[in-house]
Design a protein around this ligand. Sequence first.
Ligand SMILES: Cc1cc2nc3c(=O)[nH]c(=O)nc-3n(C[C@H](O)[C@H](O)[C@H](O)COP(=O)(O)OP(=O)(O)OC[C@H]3O[C@@H](n4cnc5c(N)ncnc54)[C@H](O)[C@@H]3O)c2cc1C
Length: 422
Amino acid sequence: MSKKVIVLGAGITGVTTAWFLRQAGFEVSVVDRQESPAQETSFANGGQVSVSHPEPWANPSAPWVALRWLGRADAPLKWQPRFDWAQWQWIARFLRECLPWRTRRNTAAIAALAVHSLSELRRLRQAAGIAEEAYDARARGILHLFFERASFRQAQTRVGELAHFGIELRSLTAEQCAQTEPALAACVSRLAGGLYAPHDESGDAMRFSQALAEALAANGVRFHYGAHIERLCASGGRIGGIDIRRANAVETLSADAFVVCLASDGRRLLRPIGENVPIFPLKGYSMTAPIRDAACAPQMSLTDESRRIVCSRLGNRLRVAGTAELNDDSLTIDPARIAAMQEWVELRLPGAIDPGNVTPWAGLRPMMPGGVPVIGRGHHANLWFNTGHGTLGWTLSCGSASVLAALMRGERPVVQFPVWGG
Ligand SMILES: Cc1cc2nc3c(=O)[nH]c(=O)nc-3n(C[C@H](O)[C@H](O)[C@H](O)COP(=O)(O)OP(=O)(O)OC[C@H]3O[C@@H](n4cnc5c(N)ncnc54)[C@H](O)[C@@H]3O)c2cc1C
C-alpha cells in the first residue's frame, strides 16, 4: 500500500513537491488556505529562473552595502530596527552567514541545486505536458547589467567561479549588451557592461503552479483549498494530523507523513511543536504592466545589478520586481516603491509599457539567513520540510522537490546538498 503524504501549502514549492512525491509513488494531498495555487509569495515574483545568481544575499559585502543604503528613501534595502527578538536573532544569524567561508559553502549548495533544478524543470514540463506558452516561459537567458565600472570589473570573477559549477556566464561590453538585447539601445551610453547567462529562463510562477496543479489533479492528487492550517498535532515524536479550519468548522486530516511548504507562516506553526526553522519574511514588490511597444521591451530577462531590480517579459506583459524590507511583514503596498520601478522602466526601457495600467504587488520572501533552503526532516519522525527558498523559490523549486522526494524514499539525492536534520 502506498504511503499517504499531506503537503502543507500550494505555492510553487508545494505543487512541485506534490509532483515529485506523486511520481515517486506516494498518495498525495495538498492543503492551502487560498482558493487556488500560488496566491501568496509565488503570485507575482520577478519570474526569473536564475541559475546564474547562486550567491546568497548574505555575503561579505552585504553589511557594507546595507550601511551605505541606510536611511536612503530609494534604497533597495530598507530596515527599521524594532523590539522584536526574532528579528534581531535573524539579523545576527544573517551576519554570521556573511563570513567568506560560509558564503562560499552556501553559494556552492545553491549553485548545485539551481543547476539540478533547471534540468528537473525541463523534464517536468515534458512529463506533465505543460506548454511553455501556458506560463509565458522564455528560454532566452538572463542579462545582468552593470551601470558602475567598478562593480562591473569586480563582477568579472563570477565568470570563472560559476564555470566551476557548470554555469555559463559571458562577459559583454556595453555595445555587445545592446546587440544581444536591442531594447537596451536607450541606456547603452550609461552601461558599463553586462554578464549574460544564456541558459537561464523566465516565466510566470503562478501560471506554472496552476498548470501543474491541474496536471496533479488529473494524476489523482487531492487539493483542499480554503483550508486554514491551525495546528500540527504532535505526540510521541510524530505528527498525528493537522487541524484545518474551513468556514467555521475545524477538522483533523491525518496521513503517514507531512511536508511543510508554508513559506513565512510555517515558523508560527512549527514553533509550538519545538521545530526551530529560522525563516524570516523579507518583503519585496513587483509591478506588472501590458507591453505598449514590443520593440522597446526586452526579449530576455534582465537584472539591473546597481539597483537590484529584475525585469521579465511574460507574454504581452512586463514584470519588474525588487526591493527588500526587513521591517514589515504586512502586505501593504508603498506607492513610492512602485513609482521607483516605473521610473526604472522609463529610464532603461522607455516606451515599453503603458504607465497608466500598472498592477502593483507585494510579497514576503521566506528567507533563511544563509539563503539555503530547508530540505529534509524535522525532529518529528514523519515531518519533512521543503521551505525557506527566500529570493530563489521559483528557480530552485523543481530541484528542491526532487531532492526531498529522494530523501522521503530513503534514497541519496543526486545533488550534494546540506540536508536539514541529516
Ligand atoms: C518581489 C519578489 C520577487 C521575486 N523574484 C523571484 C525570481 O525572479 N525568481 C525566483 O526564483 N524567486 C523569486 N522570488 C522568490 C519566490 O517568489 C519565493 O521564494 C517563492 O514564491 C516561495 O514559494 P513558497 O511555495 O515557499 O511560498 P508561497 O508561494 O507563499 O506558498 C506558501 C503557501 O502556503 C499557504 N499557507 C501559508 N500558511 C498557511 C496556513 N496556515 N494554512 C494554509 N495554508 C497556508 C499559502 O496560502 C501559500 O499558498 C521573489 C520574491 C519576491 C517577494
